[in-house]
Ligand binder design. Structure first.
Ligand code: FE2
Ligand code: FE2
Length: 245
């Protein structure tokens, strides 16, 4: 009986619950930002965005037989790694992140671009590879988009729930590094772009999960992918705390 009730619950509602739990529990989101954590985020996340959008997410596009969805994935990847003409003034997201690093006093050429992935980042790439490469495309699409969902308002508590994760990062980086409005584009653009990027996932799960009988699988994909994201961010936090500045 309880099982039947669980089945019947809307799959989007169940995925939203998983994202909400992520936003509430992950330390990086809920603990204060520090100089060390922010700089480590710039170094690692530039690499991570490039890896995910030039390798992992494209594999999901390869596996997807629905033409419009396939193109939507490729389009989102192109904004991240080639040029975002809609929200990023023609720059790729990783370029805008590099610039943010410059604004907080980092050397782009000799520091940011020379960074190697942390062991924790490498482990996460391997874990995501397992979750994105040889999987049903709908599970892959959840993997592509579930973390971007946290940038939409409505998950977690307090300010995160009001403004989304990057809405909060925007404000606290502004305070910590005394940044001007025009230096915070990285977070600003994600509030808009990630609504589109994550809607691609959420709308298609709503559309296809039932048709394919995959409701439980997509919810589980969301849960497990966010466990990897939690470990990725824990790795950044730990390294940030180790280097301090
Ligand atoms: Fe992005
Ligand atoms: Fe995105």
């Amino acid at each position: 009986m309880a099982r039947r009730a669980a089945r019947k619950r809307d799959v989007i509602e169940r995925m939203d619950e998983v994202v909400d739990d992520f936003s509430k529990r992950v330390k990086f989101l809920n603990e204060p930002i520090t100089v060390g954590r922010a700089k480590t985020f710039v170094r690692q996340h530039r690499l991570n965005t490039r890896q995910r959008n030039s390798v992992l997410k494209l594999r999901v596009a390869t596996n997807c037989p629905i033409w419009d969805v396939k193109l939507g994935i490729i389009e989102a990847c192109a904004e991240e790694i080639i040029a975002d003409n809609k929200h990023g003034g023609g720059k790729a997201h990783w370029q805008i992140l590099e610039e943010l690093g410059g604004f907080i006093g980092m050397d782009i050429k000799n520091d940011i671009r020379k960074t190697e992935p942390l062991p924790s980042t490498r482990l996460c790439w391997l874990a995501w590879e397992a979750l994105m490469s040889n999987r049903h495309w709908l599970e892959g699409l959840v993997a592509n988009t579930c973390a971007e969902r946290t940038n939409m308002p409505g998950y977690g508590t307090g300010a995160i729930r009001k403004k989304g994760w990057f809405g909060v990062e925007r404000e606290r980086w502004q305070k910590l590094f005394k940044l001007g409005e025009d230096q915070l584009d990285f977070f600003e653009l994600h509030t808009e772009a990630d609504i589109e990027h994550s809607n691609l996932g959420w709308h298609n799960v709503a559309r296809y999960a039932k048709e394919y009988g995959m409701e439980d699988q997509v919810v589980e994909a969301c849960r497990v992918n966010l466990i990897v994201w939690e470990n990725y961010l824990n790795g950044i936090a730990a390294e940030g705390d180790r280097i301090k500045r």
